[in-house]
Ligand binder design. Structure first.
Ligand code: PMP
Length: 346
């Protein structure tokens, strides 16, 4: 797999912006910094952040047992996803493949970047239609987006279908693992070395409880990281986000919180099973459940009037009358279960 051949021509030729902090890396407090036109009065945020987020990457690398050189961080995974488009997809020529029902941003980013989005709907079990996906590929197909566990369906894609796509596609496969920490399935991170065309994205927004910081993580082979580094905005992760994430990752509340969320998920599933207006509960490896109800618009409005906001996914293919419910904390969950009971009996 020659990654170079996938890169946009203008990006290949690009001379990247070199920031003051890129040029002088050994940032220590003792030096006099007159290179970046900053205000010299120290307040914790008067200096530009580390463009390569070295300390934060080192913590993530140790946790995930991977090299920092295989990591790129962004302002949420939404930014790293956009960088992939901008590095590899030629506007008004290339195409990508997405598998609805899935995370809407892939299609939005395709539109923003003037890239055709070829949609190959999942099968009835919400698994990829691998033959149809491979049939949809042409010489200008640059990326196939897989989301596992998938949003909004909640299920994981089978290993066989992911392997078949990786082995039979000569472009990039982006595997979005935003919800992997809620799942019993293994991350594909250990497989990164075997597949130079595999890009894995994760986020601190979900299980790691830091959605407000906006930190997305991309893992890939070094040539992919190198080209993305070339085009990313120099200071794309701010200093407060970097420092807060470092602190919080070292405290590590992840496992305990995930366990609690999964306990609440089971309680909610039990309650949903005895709720008449719930027609189907789809299996979920994530921190949300997709349910089919009798009338999604009506139920959505009814929950809203009772102070509960869920996501109406009815307009997505295969999701007619489906609502996506995030798992809240114990108190929130109890209130939701009470609400469902009272609607059920009312
Ligand atoms: N991928 C998936 C599948 C998501 O559901 C979301 C957020 N809803 C994201 C990525 C974006 O995450 P971030 O907060 O890191 O931008």
């Amino acid at each position: 797999m020659n990654i170079d051949s996938l890169i946009r021509e203008n990006v290949k030729k690009l001379n990247p912006y070199s920031s003051a902090r890129d040029e002088f890396e050994q940032f220590t407090r003792q030096m006099i910094y007159l290179d970046a036109n900053e205000n010299p009065f120290t307040n914790g945020i008067n200096r530009y952040p580390d463009p390569q987020q070295k300390d934060l990457k080192a913590i993530i690398a140790a946790k995930k047992e991977i090299y920092s050189e295989n990591i790129l961080l962004g302002n949420g995974s939404d930014e790293v996803l956009d960088l992939i488009f901008r590095a590899f997809c030629e506007s008004n020529r290339d195409n990508i493949i997405t598998l609805p029902p899935t995370y809407g941003m892939y299609g939005v980013l395709a539109n923003i970047n003037a890239i055709e989005n070829r949609e190959v709907i999942l099968n009835d079990e919400f698994q990829p239609n691998v033959d149809a996906i491979l049939n949809a590929v042409d010489a200008n197909t640059k990326i196939i987006f897989l989301c596992s566990p998938n949003n909004p369906t909640g299920n994981s894609f089978s290993d066989e279908s992911i392997i078949r796509i990786l082995n039979n596609f000569n472009g990039l496969v982006v595997l979005d693992e935003a919800y992997i920490d809620f799942s019993e399935h293994k991350s594909w991170l250990n497989e990164l070395n075997d597949f130079p065309n595999l890009i894995i994205t994760q986020t601190l927004s979900k299980a790691y409880a830091m959605a407000g910081l906006r930190i997305g993580i991309l893992y890939a082979s070094k040539p992919i990281i190198a080209v993305l580094n070339k085009i990313k905005p120099p200071y794309n992760v701010n200093i407060l986000s970097q420092e807060t994430a470092e602190k919080k990752l070292l405290q590590s509340t992840l496992k305990a919180q995930v366990r609690k969320i999964l306990v609440e998920k089971e309680k909610l599933i039990v309650a949903l099973k005895s709720t008449k207006f719930i027609e189907k509960i789809f299996p979920s490896d994530a921190n949300f459940i997709l349910v089919k109800v009798d009338d999604a618009n009506f139920r959505y409005q009814q929950f809203l009037e009772n102070g509960v906001v869920v996501r109406n996914r009815s307009n997505q293919p295969l999701c007619e009358n489906c609502l996506r419910i995030t798992i809240g904390n114990k108190e929130e969950n109890e209130r939701v279960i009470e609400l469902f009971k009272s609607i059920n009996n009312g």
